[in-house]
Design a protein around this ligand. Structure first.
Ligand SMILES: Nc1ncnc2c1ncn2[C@@H]1O[C@H](COP(=O)(O)OP(=O)(O)O)[C@@H](O)[C@H]1O
Ligand SMILES: [Mg+2]
Length: 251
């Protein structure tokens, strides 16, 4: 059976530093996966391997495989533009472009040489709706995105991804710059989105992982210590190190 994502014996080195150690992880269809663990354990590094964002970092060496729908994304023939369209990413700090709200959402379509204005407007609306922003922003489509409050900027960045119809959405601590109300809204949106997308979220907030995720991976010093159903991780961890972390004895 082909999995959406199948990470096999993945190692990553930053020069001499062994940052990911034989990581294995299998993701089926349409789940929210949370990656947790103390700062510096490799969560962001692992997330970035899934759309080859680490390729942009000097001195990175990778061994092992990351299969997306059965194809190894590290095969030499991989089209990185296509890959990053299929596997989109949201970061800690929202990073909208210095353009209007609608131009931000339409950005990927323009890059893809989309010309049909009516169709673009439809996709902008659909994407903003999916990100829970349409009602808030429908009268502000021409306003500069950078004038929006952070919580709207972050959801706008998500809408920008949705416009190009990704299959997987990677989120690296997407709520760390947001207050609890804005965080709750993002979490509600994630639960909506998982009907159509696979989501992998890095979070240092264990309560968030417990609230939103279906599967959860606990990482420590570059290793995937335990990867299991979220309910199991939080109520019945198999590994003593997971238990120490989730009970607050460590980390
Ligand atoms: N660009 C880089 N160059 C060298 N070392 C890095 C780089 N990025 C991360 N690291 C190191 O790799 C380890 C994992 O980092 P990271 O994936 O950012 O952890 P996390 O997201 O869990 O906090 C850390 O020890 C960090 O210092
Ligand atoms: Mg990180």
């Amino acid at each position: 059976m082909t999995h959406k994502i199948d990470i096999k014996n993945l190692n990553l080195y930053y020069d001499e530093f062994h940052a990911l150690k034989s990581v294995n992880m299998v993701v089926g269809e349409k789940n929210i996966i949370a990656l947790i663990g103390p700062s510096g354990c490799g969560k962001s590094t692992l997330l970035r391997t899934i759309n080859r964002m680490n390729d942009l970092i000097e001195g990175v060496r990778i061994t092992g495989e990351v299969f997306l729908d059965g194809n190894n994304i590290y095969d030499p023939g991989m089209d990185l533009y296509e890959l990053r369209k299929r596997v989109g990413m949201v970061f800690q700090r929202p990073n909208p472009f210095a353009k209007s709200v609608s131009e931000n959402v339409a950005f990927g379509l323009r890059v893809a040489q989309f010309k049909n204005k009516k169709k673009i407007a439809e996709i902008v609306e659909r994407s903003l709706r999916a990100a829970g922003l349409w009602d808030e922003l429908k009268d502000k489509l021409n306003r500069p995105a950078l004038d929006l409050p952070l919580y709207q900027q972050q959801r706008l960045c998500i809408a920008r991804l949705l416009a190009v119809e990704p299959e997987v959405i990677l989120m690296d601590e997407p709520c760390s710059a947001l207050d609890p109300i804005a965080t709750m809204k993002i979490e509600e949106m994630m639960v909506e989105l998982k009907r159509n997308y696979n989501i992998i979220i890095v979070t240092h907030n264990m309560q968030q992982a417990a609230r939103v995720s279906d599967l959860c991976g606990y990482m420590l010093l570059g290793e995937m210590i335990e990867f299991n159903k979220t309910s199991e991780i939080f109520t019945n961890p198999r590994d003593k190190r997971t238990q120490d972390y989730i009970t607050g004895r460590f980390g």
